[in-house]
Design a binder for this molecule. Structure first.
Ligand SMILES: CC(C)(COP(=O)(O)OP(=O)(O)OC[C@H]1O[C@@H](n2cnc3c(N)ncnc32)[C@H](O)[C@@H]1OP(=O)(O)O)[C@@H](O)C(=O)NCCC(=O)NCCS
Length: 165
């Protein structure tokens, strides 16, 4: 149904459009311009080289419709945080759930991660449902987990630990 590929600089316009949707209420990324998005995308190769982040575009019916990425904990590199977003018109079709399943395979098999985390604001029921459907376990509430729109927000922490040895 979907495939993942690395994000490209030429995806910037589509991402700016998707991320400007006011329905993205519980998302901590705000982009001011296409140029800003281009500059951010241009740094993805370096982020991979430094083992910081692996960001993929979600491709559905040949089009970029969203993104799914893993950010590696720089102090404890066996841990990664998965994040995602999808254009609003396609919500509720299971696309992000499938994207998380695919990126999890990359995280475990290619990057050798052991612990994967997904964080979301408690009000973000759709995001929580994605984590649950992908088999992540709720570990609790992380206070002040991230800053959105000038305020520090609490987030639910979901995680999956594989082959801890
Ligand atoms: C979160 C997001 C990526 C989910 O994408 P999606 O492709 O619609 O997700 P899926 O279809 O795979 O699964 C969503 C599930 O949540 C459910 N859901 C959606 N809104 C819900 C709500 N308000 N309450 C309860 N469940 C809800 C859907 O019904 C679906 O479950 P189902 O398959 O059992 O019917 C999308 O809503 C989004 O891009 N939101 C804005 C960005 C964002 O918040 N990203 C996550 C930051 S933590």
């Amino acid at each position: 149904m979907i495939r993942l590929r690395y994000q490209e600089v030429f995806d910037a316009e589509k991402y700016f459009q998707i991320l400007s949707d006011p329905a993205f209420e519980y998302f901590d990324v705000r982009v001011e311009s296409v140029e800003e998005e281009r500059e951010w995308l241009a740094q993805n190769a370096e982020r991979r080289e430094k083992n910081q982040e692996y960001n993929y575009a979600i491709i559905y019916e040949g089009e970029v419709v969203g993104a799914c990425g893993i950010a590696i904990d720089q102090r404890r590199p066996h841990k990664g945080e998965i994040g995602y977003f999808l254009q609003r018109e396609l919500w509720g079709k299971g696309i992000t759930t499938e994207a998380v399943r695919q990126i999890e395979k990359i995280a475990l098999e290619k990057l050798g991660l052991v612990r994967l985390e997904i964080l979301m604001e408690p009000e973000n029921r759709a995001s929580e449902k994605v984590a649950i459907k992908c088999g992540y376990e709720k570990e609790g509430l992380v206070r002040g987990a991230y800053k959105r729109d000038g305020m520090y927000r609490n987030c639910l922490l979901y995680a999956k630990v594989v082959n801890p040895g």
